[in-house]
Design a protein around this ligand. Sequence first.
Ligand code: GLN
Length: 283
Amino acid sequence: MQITEHLKAACKQLENTGDSPRLDAEVLLSHCLNKNRTWLATWPEKELTQVQSLAFNSLLKRRQSGEPVAYITGSREFWSLNLHVTKDTLIPRPETELMVEIILEQYPETANIKLLDLGTGSGAIALALASERPNWKITATDKSIAALTIAKKNAQQLNLNNIEFIHSNWFEAFNEQLTGHPLFDIIASNPPYIPQLDPHLSRGDVRFEPVSALASGEDGLDDIHLICQQALKYLKPEAMLIIEHGFDQKAKLHSIFTHSTYKNICQHTDLARLPRLTSGLKP
Ligand code: GLN
């Protein structure tokens, strides 16, 4: 069977799985053949060997059972970096690129910045910023050793050497070991923020992701409260805290930032015009 026919059949097979069956089929077939999607479009009449066709079918079965494409292929693109991801890391989302964009907009290349990415997961935010600002000193933490191992591997593969990785549950390791650790100019975080009983957690691709990276207490805001309060101890005066949150948490974030005494509070919307990020400066 030719590539076009395989893709057509795969689309049919995935029609009830996720909302991008065609794209998923193309990504899985590209992965199988070790080619990119442009190659598939250029050679629609190529026949798959029996081995290739069996391999493709087994990937389609995994996708059909709900497993996210990024976990099947082991990678996801973020800020045009190809990141290795596993079930120990959240799959980087396009909306998180907004955080990278805003930080880059506000802090020029020439600034000498010390930035902390709290709960780095696969390393997405830290790595994107490290690639754009090689002179910045970046620290990335995670409470999951497995996630930190992936983040370090990504840094190595991308040849990004300006990131220090620290195993820490939020600021815990800073309290214990790093007295005298210089303060930060920016603390950025994409923490878990989904309410723990939200039905969204047991649906679709999200089911396969680490719940510790997604859910945080009854209203989803436990970790955000903690980060806002504790970050004050590790920020220089006038330094920025920036946090990603749910589209429906804008007012709550504003109030948490206000109560924690941050000033110049800004809230930013993503490409879908959903409020996604809140930032503020330490007084
Ligand atoms: N945006 C993700 C989702 O809704 C959640 C990511 C997070 O909790 N940091 O699936």
